[in-house]
Design a protein around this ligand. Structure first.
Ligand code: MRU
Length: 348
């Protein structure tokens, strides 16, 4: 197994979960132990843990914590309570489909229990399986994606679709980690990712810790960077992919994809099949999270716009399939037309 010098972003410790507090990075590596599902819901909402697959795993563990705290002996009562918890968890962050996917998967397992004790056991096991499988998906994405990288390549990426956003190797970063472990020299350009700065705070942190050359660029410099620098490929993550191949990902991904098209740089989306939502096809069907405009108006507690001025803040955007060269999943790479290739991957 490929080892990274990065602690797991989330771990199950038998009766509680432990997460890295991503709000403290890169200055402090701080862990939070979570024993209560409401605290986990808050950690997801406040982005102490973030990234689509990671919040799926976190929501699974929140369901486990809720199950372990059940005081009722009646199975129907227990299932009713878990359903209520599931609805609250799904409302924490709406765009990443992994979250509702994980919660529904745990719920479905809970429904197979014959009594409350068995329910507790099954729910914990299912949440742990989700994390284990996500880590395996990360590595398989890395194996498929690594073949797209040559020694000496420069990769551009946005936000953090890295180890911190998943169970271990990341999605967009997994091909880079695998290539690096095989001796390929890869340079990464990390877009800083206003307003939450996941690229600067998180991607630059984990890649540099892993010994990978990383340079930080401002989001608005992508045009000139693609014009002046040698950039070979773009890897981005996804929060939700529709069956036609529309990809919701961190705000700025669409602009990066447009710039890549203009400069003939292939843009690949790296995402596990748990990020693919075959129930929808059109971009309008994706709920785009709108967060507090304070996150745009303040940097490090300092207000950057005059009092009285508001911000418009979509946390994600949608990249159309015509701008995407391929979607790297744990089951292989889907190429256009996506309606066909994604169906084959999901059924395979
Ligand atoms: O708001 P965030 O930080 O949760 O957004 C994260 C992203 O947009 C990632 O690219 C996506 O979740 C994929 S993570 C492997």
């Amino acid at each position: 197994m490929l080892e990274l010098p990065i602690p797991h972003t989330i771990e199950w410790l038998g009766d509680r979960a432990r997460i890295i507090n991503q709000l403290k990075l890169p200055h402090k590596l701080e862990f939070i132990e979570i024993r209560d599902w409401r605290r986990m819901a808050k950690a997801i909402k406040d982005m102490e843990i973030r990234g689509a697959p990671a919040i799926g795993v976190a929501a699974g563990y929140a369901m486990a914590l809720a199950a372990l705290s059940l005081k009722v002996e009646d199975l129907d009562e227990a299932l009713k309570e878990l359903n209520r918890v599931a609805e609250e968890l799904k409302a924490t962050r709406p765009t990443a489909v992994n979250l509702e996917w994980a919660v529904n998967r745990v719920l479905a397992k809970a429904r197979t229990a014959t009594d409350v004790e068995e329910l507790k056991k099954l729910v914990v096991e299912e949440a742990r399986a989700i994390q284990r499988e996500d880590e395996e998906c990360n590595l398989r994405i890395g194996e498929f994606g690594e073949k797209l990288l040559e020694d000496g390549d420069t990769v551009i990426t946005i936000c953090n679709a890295g180890s911190l956003a998943t169970s271990y190797y990341g999605t967009a970063t997994a091909p880079i980690y695998v290539a690096h472990s095989r001796g390929k020299r890869i340079r990464v350009l990390a877009m800083e990712t206003r307003p939450y700065l996941q690229g600067a705070r998180l991607t630059a942190w984990e890649l540099s810790r892993a010994g990978i050359e990383v340079k930080l660029i401002t989001d608005n410099s992508v045009g000139i960077i693609l014009e002046k620098e040698k950039v070979d490929i773009a890897f981005v993550g996804a929060d939700r992919v529709t069956r036609k191949g529309y990809v919701a990902n961190k705000i700025g991904t669409y602009l990066l994809a447009l710039a890549c098209k203009e400069h003939d740089v292939p843009l690949y989306v790296a995402a596990p099949t748990s990020s693919i939502d075959m129930s929808i096809s059109e971009p309008e069907e994706i709920e785009i999270e709108r967060r507090s405009s304070e996150e745009v108006l303040y940097i490090g507690g300092y207000r950057i716009a005059p009092e009285g001025v508001e911000a418009i803040y979509y946390a994600f955007d949608i990249t159309p399939p015509r701008l995407i060269s391929g979607i790297i999943t744990e089951k292989g790479i889907a190429y256009p037309p996506y309606t066909h290739s994604l169906r084959r991957i999901m059924e395979g």
